[in-house]
Design a protein around this ligand. Structure first.
Ligand code: MN
Length: 235
């Protein structure tokens, strides 16, 4: 028997909890936070003008309600002329904690998805130059198109295999999961020293080289071997 939800005296109705679909099921995965790893592929760090040996990956966040589920379009955002695609493996946690040891970090993973860390590169570039925060470049509305989750019981823990993104059928980004500087257990363990991880957290695991601009009408198809292939139109 379900318990009656406790009624709270909210000033207005709270926004619904953002979710991701679970592949092969009608279950929904409720999203708590979205963490993103920056410069986690050496060739992408180099294309952005950084030395991957001197600068280890770092983290930023997007808001949970920036997820765009498969089947919807990616709406071209406001106040930009340079929106870039970043194809990424997405890690979904069903258990949280602090100071999670490397050895059992993978026990916290519910499953994996393929997502896009869409970026207003012009606003991000300006923020970098001025030493300002990245939210306007990274955490805008609909900045995280993402396919459904594939549970570990179905896909395991992918550690190698192709990661690519095509725009209108043309290959733009191409890499391999085995090129990730920080592997999934290291990301979870390190993040859990900085934040209290919780069930429902997503981690966008970084993108290979080849990031570039899209325009309205473009069709982005992204692929991570052993996980999924996603398709989003820029509207
Ligand atoms: Mn990214």
């Amino acid at each position: 028997m379900n318990e009656m939800p406790q009624l709270k005296n909210y000033v207005f109705n709270p926004a619904p909890v953002p979710t991701l679909a679970v592949s092969g099921s009608d279950a929904q995965f409720p999203i708590h936070r979205i963490y993103c790893v920056g410069r986690n592929f050496a060739d992408h760090a180099i294309e952005m003008g950084h030395d991957p040996n001197k600068e280890p990956p770092f983290f930023f966040q997007k808001n949970p309600d920036t997820i765009v589920p498969l089947g919807q379009d990616f709406p071209y955002p406001s106040e930009t002329k340079d929106v870039h695609h970043e194809i990424e493996l997405v890690v979904a946690l069903h258990k949280g904690g602090v100071n999670i040891p490397l050895e059992n970090a993978l026990d916290h993973v519910y499953g994996y998805a393929v997502g896009l860390d869409m970026t207003r590169r012009d606003l991000q570039g300006e923020a970098k130059k001025l030493g300002r925060p990245w939210e306007t470049g990274k955490a805008f509305e609909a900045s995280a198109p993402c396919g459904p989750l594939h549970p570990v019981s179905k896909v395991g823990h992918p550690t190698d295999g192709a990661v690519w993104l095509k725009v209108n059928g043309e290959m733009r980004q191409s890499g391999d999961l085995n090129q990730m500087i920080w592997k999934v257990p290291e990301m979870i363990s390190y993040l859990s020293r900085l934040f209290e991880l919780k069930a429902g957290d997503l981690i966008f695991a970084g993108t290979p080289a080849g990031v570039g601009a899209v325009v309205k009408g473009d069709e982005m198809v992204g692929h991570v071997a052993g996980v999924d292939e996603i398709r989003f139109r820029v509207a």
